[in-house]
Design a protein around this ligand. Structure first.
Ligand code: SF4
Length: 373
């Protein structure tokens, strides 16, 4: 079983905090880019030979900028060259300003059955300094349009730990989100990445970032409020109603195979990792010379062990001692650190897996790093 990720490297405008790969001036080569991405799917089809495709994920960038025909061309191509599961999950990331009755019904027609809506906030002030292309009224309307169109698998993205965001403001955001009655919420803590507009604003003291302690309080509020509202925290930043976990993202976290198509997209085949060049023009020029636009690295047993810990400890499934030991024998030092985490009530053992408790989740990355070999 495998998943396919399609990275659409275009956006209407640059959000201040974003360090993903995208271009805002793409009109002159948009069609050419999409054609070369279809070509990449063809060129790399043998990588997914004998695999059943369970999930297709349009991410970016902004996939909701594509037309019905453009989205359909990718789905049709995948159906033509691969075996696709009958109940394949097809997700489209969509920005609220691209969501209308017509667009949603056109996406549905071509097979999209899950929408991941980039709301980020219901506060117009926040949306404005983030330089998002939508306002909060459009966010609310977007969810309603998608629900009216019969899409039940809807995820929304939120960001917490924002400058000037106090606990009350974050609680209010979550209350609005809960009232929307969506099946999935992804909530990310704002990080200030180099080479972003936000980084410069912070450097120039135009924006004062929120402190770690405040972000930790926001995380606890998030966990408590969404739990009360019936959501399951199945990954550190992802909350879903029962049966609405993202199949695509879960496959990343469970170490399944996936292929990433388009500039900057990553792929994993259980033994190696590869990443496509994060430059639109170089991506096209490499493919036009019949060269795959990617770099690849074989993962050592140390890499596989550490990665399994890092990813597994962020999820509800935890990390399997048996699978870790298959890669490298577990040492006494490792076992004593695990026992200490249990004593501190940061972790528990279930079915021979170590699973972090809500208290441990806050430190998931640091805990994993401490257990690395
Ligand atoms: S956050 Fe999304 S819409 Fe904004 S620039 Fe990044 S990829 Fe584009």
């Amino acid at each position: 079983m495998a998943g396919i990720y399609i990275h659409i490297p275009f956006c209407k405008q640059k959000c201040t905090y974003c360090d993903f790969h995208f271009s805002t001036s793409f009109d002159s080569y948009r069609i050419k880019m999409l054609d070369w991405m279809l070509h990449e799917l063809e060129l790399r089809k043998s990588e997914l030979k004998n695999e059943l495709i369970e999930t297709i994920y349009f991410g970016g960038g902004t996939p909701s900028l594509l037309t019905q025909e453009e989205i359909s061309s990718f789905i049709q191509k995948i159906r033509k060259i691969h075996s696709v599961c009958v109940n394949v999950e097809i997700t489209l990331e969509a920005n609220p300003d691209d969501i209308g009755e017509e667009s949603v019904s056109s996406w549905k027609k071509v097979g999209v059955n899950r929408l991941s809506i980039g709301l980020q906030s219901f506060d117009d002030e926040d949306l404005s300094w983030m330089n998002r292309a939508h306002n909060s009224a459009e966010s609310l309307k977007a969810v309603q349009i998608a629900q009216n169109a019969g899409i039940i698998n809807i995820s929304i993205d939120l960001i917490y730990g924002l400058p000037n965001m106090n606990a009350q403001r974050w609680e209010k955001q979550l209350e609005i989100a809960i009232q929307l009655n969506v099946s999935h919420i992804s909530a990310y803590c704002l990080t200030i990445e180099e080479k972003t507009v936000l980084y410069k604003l912070v450097q120039n003291k135009k924006i004062i970032p929120s402190e770690n302690e405040i972000q930790a309080i926001h995380f606890e509020i998030l966990q408590n409020k969404l739990k009360k509202a019936g959501f399951i925290q199945y990954e550190i930043s992802n909350f879903a109603k029962e049966n609405f976990y993202s199949k695509h993202n879960s496959s990343y976290w469970k170490g399944e195979k996936y292929q990433g198509i388009g500039p900057s997209a990553h792929s994993f085949d259980r033994k190696s990792r590869s990443w496509n060049i994060a430059n639109n023009h170089q991506y096209i020029s490499r493919l036009s010379e019949n060269i795959l636009p990617l770099d690849k690295e074989e993962l050592s047993s140390k890499d596989l062990f550490n990665e399994m810990l890092l990813i597994g400890l962020r999820t509800i499934w935890g990390v399997s001692f048996e699978k870790l030991a298959d890669i490298k024998p577990l040492t006494e030092n490792f076992t004593s650190k695990v026992n200490q985490l249990i004593l501190e009530e940061k972790a528990q053992i279930k079915n021979n897996c170590m699973i972090l408790n809500p208290k441990g989740m806050l430190f998931a990355d640091a805990i994993a790093q401490d257990l690395f070999i």
